[in-house]
Ligand binder design. Structure first.
Ligand code: GLA
Length: 716
């Protein structure tokens, strides 16, 4: 191994001198109710002293037990946050704090940047912690750069490293598959490593979700217990690693997945990790969710405080079979139903290979002249005449082997040399690392929006994961692919948003294969699952509600399940309401009910989308569920109750509400009643004090299977 150079030794002594000055300084990263305190040790290294409920810094320990962003290759014995192999082959990193500071940006966000350097090798690591004071959320990310003569290999690159020392650790995770998203599981963490990860590259969350709840000192409930809720803002392969050491201390390392991803970093370039977004609550899971929702609406999601459009989508009812005439009818039906927008799904493009099923045409984003002889222009015009907005589906990152694009640019496709192409849904992934491909994807969407100003909404799909992943563009640096792909995707989205800042977009990935805040800052909502069976959706939407506010969760009423329309409607109303069914098949009664539901939803969507969520009864505990949203001044609330498949003779206790003002009087009124059926709510139309509603409760659960109720609660 090469000896350290003179200038490095000089730098080393300067750094050590600096470290001496910084030694024992405490770095206080806090929000209104939460503190993360770091200490610079006498050796200049960074340690975590405290994480939990807000405390005075002076009351936190100054000991230097757990390294804050531990480095591999030296004396650290567990999973490191970062590991670098230097240009000369030395596989160690030794970070000392060179400087740090805190900036306040808008009075609510405090950005603490801690600059760490290696005394011997010219590597700089900046740990950036943003605290969102009002929302009680902290985000953590890291920037890694160096000035070595040759590239270095970065093989671990966590976004954050958090330490805990508790009696027990309970991890709640969400996993699944297509149409089975967000299955919730809780398990106790024991000695050793537990990893939740994705190696899928694209459609990365298909099997695992990059989000978790960690309960300390026992299991938490909605209202009690110490909980850390965290989620990674990254739309690619990820890893959430939990390690319990020999002293029963826990380290949590969330970040991009190091699997097959030793990152080759050139001198002068920066590797930026995604943000890990977390909140801590000593008042249970409910509060943790509300913190994240508040953060998301202000900072995490595009136009998080703005209204959302209701819509009629045609995927379930027509699949690929439609033409101008059919769409004309669907515009009229959107209008008749009373939804704001019609969303044209897959199947509108391709001429040499028309998109009549999922085997062809991705990449050929020109209107199919057989189905749409007058193009999108005609559809925009027609929709406008019918008084509805018009939205359209795209899947711009993908290519079908049967497409003109593939014929023209086989070098734009991710695929292994010397191996057969590997298809999933008959398609391949474009090489978004390649700037020419980025331009193509940008232009595809930009042209649509520029040439058709009547497009009021986009659904951006991504129907496959990466397999046989190899970028012709990257040459010998294939291990950069998984990270650079996502960087390429974000670069395209940045450009798009610079030019089209406000058009609402749905993030979709073969159902809920992409549900993360890395992408959501460019999107207004996401598609949680292709499974729209209303019973399944109670669980799926419940799962997402831990991390995402209701106005980001797209919920459509379809014909997937056998549940009554009333039940399906009540389930979809707990998120962003939409329809995807054949309106022409509705009876008069069904149509009238749905028209009224849309009107009621419009009136209440601000409470549902912006209000505080209280999960009252979990569907996991028994065959029923209840939840409610309360607006910020506690004047209006909407309560939902669902009975799934009760055991014979079940008698439900009154449901105790939460989040109301105990001293106020509220009227409770059941809405969304199906014509000709009695109210479920025994107390329908009566008034009660908030205290009564919260201490005694009301009967919002029906007796029969697949019954439900929506209750509007209004302060008098
Ligand atoms: C994916 C989406 C669906 C639909 C189809 C179209 O599966 O999740 O909602 O858009 O693609 O091919």
């Amino acid at each position: 191994m090469r000896k350290p150079c003179l200038s490095c030794l000089l730098l080393s002594s300067i750094l050590l001198a600096c470290s001496g000055l910084l030694a024992q300084q405490k770095i206080d990263v806090h929000t209104r109710n939460m503190s993360l305190v770091l200490t610079i040790g006498p050796n200049g290294k960074l340690y975590q002293s405290y994480l939990g409920t807000r405390v005075a810094v002076s009351s936190t320990p100054s000991d230097t037990l757990v390294e804050s962003y531990a480095q591999g290759g030296g004396s650290y014995l567990f999973e490191p946050a970062i590991r670098i192999v230097h240009a000369d082959g030395n596989p160690s990193l030794d970070l000392r704090v060179a400087s740090w500071g805190t900036d306040s940006t808008d009075g609510n966000i405090r950005v603490t940047s801690i600059v760490m350097k290696d005394p011997v090798y010219p590597v700089t690591v900046v740990l950036e912690l943003k605290s969102y004071v009002r929302e009680n959320v902290i985000t953590s990310g890291v920037r890694i750069s160096h000035a070595e003569k040759e590239p270095v290999r970065v093989s671990n690159f966590a976004s954050s490293m958090l330490h805990f020392h508790a009696d027990s650790y309970w991890l709640t995770q969400w996993h699944g598959d297509w149409a089975r998203e967000m299955q919730m599981d809780e398990s106790r963490l024991t000695s050793g490593i537990k990893i939740i990860d994705s190696k899928l590259g694209t459609r990365a969350d298909m099997y695992q979700t990059p989000a978790f709840l960690l309960s300390l000192n026992g299991k938490s409930t909605e209202e009690t217990g110490e909980v850390l809720a965290g989620t990674l803002g990254w739309s690619g392969s990820f890893q959430l690693l939990f390690e319990v050491d020999e002293k029963d201390r826990l380290s949590v390392l969330p970040g991009m997945n190091p699997y097959a991803s030793d990152y080759v970093l050139d001198p002068g370039k920066t590797l930026k990790t995604p943000e890990f977004i977390f909140t801590y609550s000593d008042g249970g899971r409910g509060r943790a969710s509300r913190n994240l929702h508040d953060w998301a609406r202000s900072y995490g999601v595009l136009d998080g405080k703005g209204p959302r459009m209701t819509l009629l989508n045609n995927w379930e009812s027509t699949q690929f079979e439609f033409n101008e005439q059919k769409l004309d009818t669907l515009f009229s039906e959107t209008r008749k139903l009373g939804a704001d927008m019609f969303l044209l799904d897959d199947g509108w493009f391709g001429n040499k290979y028309p998109r009549n099923d999922d085997h062809t045409s991705l990449g050929d984003w020109q209107e199919d002249r057989a189905k749409l002889p007058h193009g999108i222009a005609m559809l925009e015009k027609d929709a406008a005449e019918k008084g509805v907005k018009f939205g359209i589906w795209v899947e711009p990152e993908m290519v079908s082997p049967k497409s003109e694009l593939y014929g023209k640019h086989p070098e734009w496709v991710l695929k292994l040399p010397n191996r057969a192409e590997n298809y999933f849904r008959n398609q391949l992934v474009l090489d978004l690392v390649n700037p020419a491909v980025q331009d193509f994807v940008f232009r595809t969407v930009d042209d649509l929006l520029t040439q058709h100003t009547g497009i009021a909404y986009l659904k951006w799909d991504c129907n496959r994961m990466m397999t046989n992943a190899y970028s012709p563009y990257l040459g010998s640096r294939q291990s950069n692919l998984y990270i650079d792909y996502v960087a390429g995707l974000y670069a395209v989205l940045e450009r798009l948003r610079a030019k089209h800042p406000s058009v609402p977009m749905m993030l979709c990935s073969g159902g809920g294969g992409r549900t993360d805040y890395g992408a959501l800052k460019y999107f207004t909502e996401f598609w949680p699952s292709d499974n729209t069976d209303a019973v399944e959706r109670v669980y799926i939407q419940w799962g997402y509600s831990y991390f995402f506010p209701a106005n980001t969760i797209a919920c459509h009423i379809t014909s997937w399940g056998k549940e009554p329309l009333k039940f399906r409607t009540d389930v979809a109303m707990m998120g962003r309401l939409g329809y995807d069914l054949d309106v022409s098949k509705m009876t008069e009664k069904e149509l009238g009910f749905s028209q009224q539901a849309l009107k009621d939803y419009r009136r209440l969507s601000a409470v549902i989308g912006q209000g505080d969520l209280y999960r009252l009864l979990a569907p996991y505990d028994a065959q029923r569920a209840a939840l409610m949203y309360v607006d910020s001044d506690k004047k209006k609330a909407v309560l939902f109750g669902y009975v799934l498949h009760p055991r014979y003779g079940s008698v439900w206790a009154p449901v105790k509400l939460q989040g109301l003002d105990g001293a106020r009087t509220y009227r409770v009124k059941e809405i969304n009643r199906y014509p000709g059926t009695p109210a479920v709510l025994a107390e329908d139309g009566r008034t009660f004090t908030g205290e009564y509603l919260m201490k005694t409760g009301i009967g919002v659960l029906g007796k029969k299977e697949l019954t439900s109720a929506v209750v509007e609660i209004t302060a008098e």
